[in-house]
Design a protein around this ligand. Structure first.
Ligand SMILES: [Zn+2]
Length: 351
């Protein structure tokens, strides 16, 4: 998705890298460590119109990232160890990196796990109980597929408007026009709307979770792997900040309870769906405390500083994004510098 913002952001990252600034300032800005976010890890071809490919990296890129992180002197540790190091101080004199993956995609097991085992790298996978029940709506994939296979789309947010979707450019335009209103809308309406669209286009939305996400039996098997931590990601993948406190609570609790029933153990780590400022905020960081999680992660971009020890329910992460599959970006991310620049030099973004 070659949006202008992305082009500018990449250009800025390249300036920090090629000027050597990232390296110069790294001792002051890199902090304690970093948590990486993954989603899908596979070699599926990136077609001209694949707006969700930003959520996908190749197993080869994962492997070279692990190698870069190690070569830069980082310990790669589990979420439990991150919790201990943040809480009681990092006794190792090395910074640390943690790998996490959201939503429970089958390719995490099939294509990432062999790489992780080869390098002895732990991975936390955040599970959405509806998706692992093979229910619910992976609406962003459905929207992409529906637009990919259509030449015209009714805009559900502007009734009467028909969006042409013949060329790749038109498809991107249609996607952008629907994606953001859909993401921000009332979460129940969001799911009803994507189901209506699926019906109108004869698209099987229920096949998505079945095809892409691990079920409980598969998760029980995967949970035997010592490198894997299964963690909670709510019941239905709703943006928590958009819900009433009561419903937010229920989404987290039901997701946890189903996980505990299916896996025979309580989840001790949590990830906010979407995790952006609009999807998880101060109220929600307070709200998750009562569930007893050791950590809760967002997708607010930053590295970890000692000060995060008082904000364990609002930890930042850095996405391993399909658009940034080059090791120079990883080195620049590790320095923490791009995020300090973006956050007005603040270490913490926890409001
Ligand atoms: Zn997610």
């Amino acid at each position: 998705m070659a949006s202008l913002v992305l082009v500018l952001y990449k250009a800025a990252l390249n300036v920090l890298y090629y000027s050597g600034l990232y390296k110069l300032l790294s001792p002051a800005t890199r902090g304690e460590g970093i948590i990486f976010t993954l989603h899908q890890i596979n070699n599926d071809p990136v077609e001209d119109f694949s707006p969700n490919s930003i959520l996908r990296v190749t197993p080869e890129f994962l492997e070279s990232t692990i190698q870069t992180v190690k070569a830069e002197g980082y310990d790669i540790i589990s979420l439990d160890e991150l919790h201990d190091r943040l809480k009681t101080g990092n006794k190792s004199n090395k910074p640390y990196a943690v790998f996490t993956a959201d939503d429970g995609y089958k390719d995490n097991r099939d294509l990432a796990l062999p790489v992780l085992k080869k390098h002895n790298v732990p991975l936390a996978i955040y599970i959405v109980s509806d998706y692992s029940n093979h229910q619910g709506e992976l609406w962003w994939f459905a929207l992409e597929d529906i637009i990919k296979n259509s030449s015209a789309i009714q805009n559900p947010y502007n009734k009467g408007e028909v969006l042409e979707a013949v060329t790749t450019e038109q498809k991107f335009r249609a996607f952008d026009k629907i994606y953001w209103p859909m993401r921000r809308s009332n979460q129940h309406e969001q799911r009803a709307t994507i189901r209506e669209m699926a019906k109108a286009h004869d698209y099987d939305i229920d096949a998505l979770s079945k095809n892409l996400v691990m079920n409980w039996e598969e998760l029980r098997e995967l949970n035997k792997e010592p490198l894997i931590t299964l963690a909670a990601h709510t019941k239905s993948h709703f943006a928590i900040a958009t819900l009433s406190e009561e419903e937010a609570d229920e989404q987290i609790k039901i997701g946890m309870d189903i996980m505990e029933k299916e896996l025979g153990e309580k989840a001790t780590h949590f990830s906010f769906p979407y995790g952006s400022n609009c999807a998880a905020n101060k109220r929600d960081f307070e709200l998750v405390k009562k569930f007893g999680f050791k950590t809760a992660v967002t997708t607010r971009k930053a590295v970890l500083y000692k000060e995060h020890k008082d904000h364990m329910m609002a930890l930042p992460r850095v996405s391993l994004n399909g658009e940034y599959q080059h090791q120079r970006y990883i080195k620049t991310f590790l320095s923490g510098l791009p995020f300090r620049l973006k956050n007005k030099w603040q270490k913490l973004d926890v409001e």
